[in-house]
Every structure is written in C-alpha cells, then in structure tokens.
Design a binder for this molecule. Structure first.
Ligand SMILES: [Zn+2]
Length: 444
C-alpha cells in the first residue's frame, strides 16, 4: 500500500478556527490519519488546507454563454433563447471538449467534485444517437480526462410547462419521450460506469418539464439506484403561478404530494418559497442548493438562505450557469445577498458557509468527502495566504478571512482522491487557450 503525506502550515478541520502545522497521511485515495505537529515541518506547504470545494449544480455547456447574454436584456425566459441556440449546436465531440475545458477550469478553482445536471441527451430532432448514451458518455469522459469527481445527474425532461404542453422544437433533444424510456437508458448508463470518481444520479428538470406521475418514476429510479435526486424548483415566480393555476399547489407542495421530498433530494434554487414550503422542506430532510452568482446573473431574486439555515435545511452551493466558476465567491454571496435583503451583517457563520461549499455539496452528490477527517476521501485544496487576495491574513479571524476574501486565484494545490491535479509545479489541465478553443468550436 502506497501512502503519501501532505503537510501544511494551517488547515480547516471543520471548526470555527484553523489548526496549525497539520500533517495528513493519505492512503488509497482516503485520509488515513491527521496529526498536529508542535512546529512547522521542513516539507510543510506555506498554505491553508481545506476540503475540496463542491459545485453541486452545474450545466457545463452554459460556460460558453459567459459574457454573451447581457446585450439581449430581458429576463430569465429571454436568456433561454441563446442558451437553447447553444444547446442545439452541441455534438458528443464538441461537448466532450467543452466539458473537459470547464471541468479543468473548475479544478483550477479548487472544485474537486461537480454535480452535472445534464439534459442535452439526444440529436437535435430528439432521435437517439447510435449509442443512446453518447452525450452522457462524453461528459463522463471529460471528467475522467481532467480528474474531477462527478455525479452525473441524468435529467428527465418531457414537457414545456406545468400544463403538460408539448416541447418546443429547440427542447426536443432534451427528451426521451417517456419516463420509462428515460429510466431504462439511465439504468444502462449507471451500469456502464467504471471510474471510481464517477456516479450517476437522477434529476427531474422541474415541475414544468415533468408531469406528476413521471416525477414518481424519477423517485422510484433514485430508490432503485440508491442515488441522489435533484430538481430545479421555484427559481422564478412564474413557475409558482403556473403550478398554482394547474394544481392549486406550490411547486414544493406538489413535490411533497408526489413523495419527492426525502433526505436524498436536493432542491435547486428554491428562491421563491413560502413559509409553508420551507417547513415542508425542513421536515423532510431534503437539502437546498443555492447558486447565488447565477441567480444574480439571471435576475432570479435573492432566496431565503437565512430562513433555511434557521430551520436546519442543509445548504449546498452550485456554479450552475458557470458565468462565474468560484465556489468561495458563491459562499460569500450567500452572506452578501442576505445582508442586502435583511440589512444586517454576520447572518451566516464563516464555518457554516465553508461547510456549504464543501461537505454539504458532497452530501448532496452522494460522496464521502468535503471533510478533513480520517476515512474521508482525500479531496483537498490549499490556498496561499500571501496571495494578493489574502495578504495580511488574520489568523485570529482565519476562517472568516478565508470565506470573505479568498478566491479561486489564491488556490495553489488541488488533490482529488489523494492525487495531485494542480500544484505550483504545474498541471496537465486545459489551459486558457484550450478553454477558448473549446468554446469557439461549440459555437461554430
Ligand atoms: Zn440549473
């Protein structure tokens, strides 16, 4: 058995303070032991280690929209037009290159695990590729190539709105036609995964895209595969209004009515929820994934994060549209959005925000990581306290300084399953030119 040692000047081991002079012994991809030394070791990295960051909600291809959707103005619904145009141009080859570029960017930002909420399944006219899992395979290959840990959330998408209306032509490639066809394709996909760093989970796109009885099919498949279940919910008030008109229930109550609110469920956004919705979520043990930079970018509104926190709802974070790929930025935006909304400061504890950025994301995606403890997967990030982001680093306020000031630019080392994928010595991750090239080809 080969083991390795990572020694750092400081580490966040889960509490309100940083621990000094920490040595991690890593064996077979997991943290075997953690020792605190009296003094600094000669091999110690002059940095602060914390668990690998987790983006629990991503649509990798949206990265190619970055900066290109502002001119059109409008709202969330208008933004979907260029998004659909881009989705229409993807092929398995283009998508593999684009996703590898995005996953590489994520790793360079200290994101060691991604939850890829994936719905671009078939040919543009909706007919399957020769291999019906060609697009899904492209994403898994991209993850494998870069070394990121992935939960591929294969997403059921059947209708255009809550009233069951038929898909628009540009949505056809998202659909398997029936939830039964989707189930058998996802079963085959799950059975084909060989990488230790990949898992298949399931998702329903939203209450707009999946009728009630099909939501139950999604639930049954998550039960059968023992995997996470994710769904977009109440991102926009219009979804709530349409759901109330069609079912006389809010989207959250509709999900509860169909048995989907359980502890392995993650509700993405949950921005426009009622107090009754939040009580239902809290009682069920389901989590909420907040995506503050995307919610700001799309003009969704600011969600009730502090209300969820007070109810004990697990809160994870997602880079979602990847307009910004920086989970530390998502963490501080949760606090910032609540400061703007509630006009007070210090709403969330720094440790709770860092836990959302790490452990809660890993939990939402079904991984035993996001914590620096013996037995956990050795997904570890190190930041440089002398980087411009952090210079003058205040050790007394170490965790707060980390959450409120560090960015992806201060990341120096990234380990996934104990394997170094980024260090000052270099990396084989896609560089800026490769990312630019993949985006250019995606639009061609
Ligand atoms: Zn999303």
């Amino acid at each position: 058995v080969t083991s390795s040692v990572l020694a750092v000047d400081h580490a966040w081991l889960g509490g309100e303070d940083l621990a000094p002079n920490v040595r991690f012994t890593i064996s077979e991809g997991r943290i075997e032991s953690i020792e605190a030394a009296d003094g600094r070791g000669a091999d110690s990295i002059a940095g602060i280690a914390f668990p690998g960051l987790v983006s629990a909600h991503s649509h990798a291809f949206h990265r190619a929209l970055r900066g290109r959707t502002h001119r059109i103005g409008g709202d969330f619904w208008a933004w979907r037009n260029p998004m659909y145009e881009l989705a229409g141009r993807l092929t398995p080859d283009r998508y593999e290159a684009l996703a590898a570029a995005v996953f590489g960017e994520m790793l360079r930002a200290g994101i060691t695990t991604v939850g890829e909420f994936h719905y671009v399944h078939h040919r543009p006219d909706g007919t399957p590729y020769e291999d019906p899992n060609a697009m899904q395979g492209a994403l898994l290959a991209a993850a494998d190539r870069t070394g990121i840990r992935i939960t591929l959330l294969d997403t059921l998408y059947l209708t255009a709105d809550v009233d069951g209306s038929a898909l628009a032509p540009e949505q056809r490639r998202f659909s398997d036609g029936t939830s039964a066809a989707w189930s058998s394709r996802v079963r085959a996909l799950a059975g084909s995964v060989t990488s230790e760093r990949a898992k298949v989970g399931v998702a329903a796109h939203s209450v707009r895209a999946v009728p009630g009885h099909d939501l139950e099919v999604v639930f049954r498949l998550s039960d059968e595969l023992v995997c996470p279940l994710h769904i977009h919910v109440s991102e926009q008030p219009a979804e709530n209004e349409a759901c109330l008109a069609a079912h006389q229930m809010t989207p959250v109550a509709w999900l509860e009515d169909h048995g989907l609110l359980v502890s392995r469920t993650t509700l993405v956004h949950a921005t426009h929820t009622t107090e009754a919705d939040r009580d239902l979520i809290a009682r069920s043990g389901a989590g909420v994934c907040l995506c503050p930079t995307t919610e700001a970018d799309l003009g969704d509104g600011t969600g009730p994060a502090s209300e969820y926190r007070a109810l004990g709802v697990p809160l994870s974070l997602g880079s979602d549209s990847n307009a910004v790929v920086d989970i530390l930025e998502e963490a501080r935006r949760v606090e910032h959005h609540d400061r703007l909304r509630l006009r007070r400061r210090g709403v969330h504890s720094p440790a709770a925000l860092l836990r959302s950025a790490t452990f809660e994301g890993a939990r939402a995606l079904g991984w035993d990581s996001g914590r620096l403890e013996p037995g956990a997967l050795a997904d570890i990030v190190v930041v440089d306290p002398e980087h411009l982001d952090l210079s003058g680093f205040d050790l007394v306020n170490g965790v707060a300084t980390l959450v409120m000031a560090a960015t992806r630019a201060s990341v120096t080392h990234v380990l996934v399953g104990g394997e170094t994928v980024l260090s000052p010595g270099g990396s084989s991750l896609p560089d800026e030119a490769a990312i630019g090239g993949a985006i250019e080809r995606a639009w061609r």
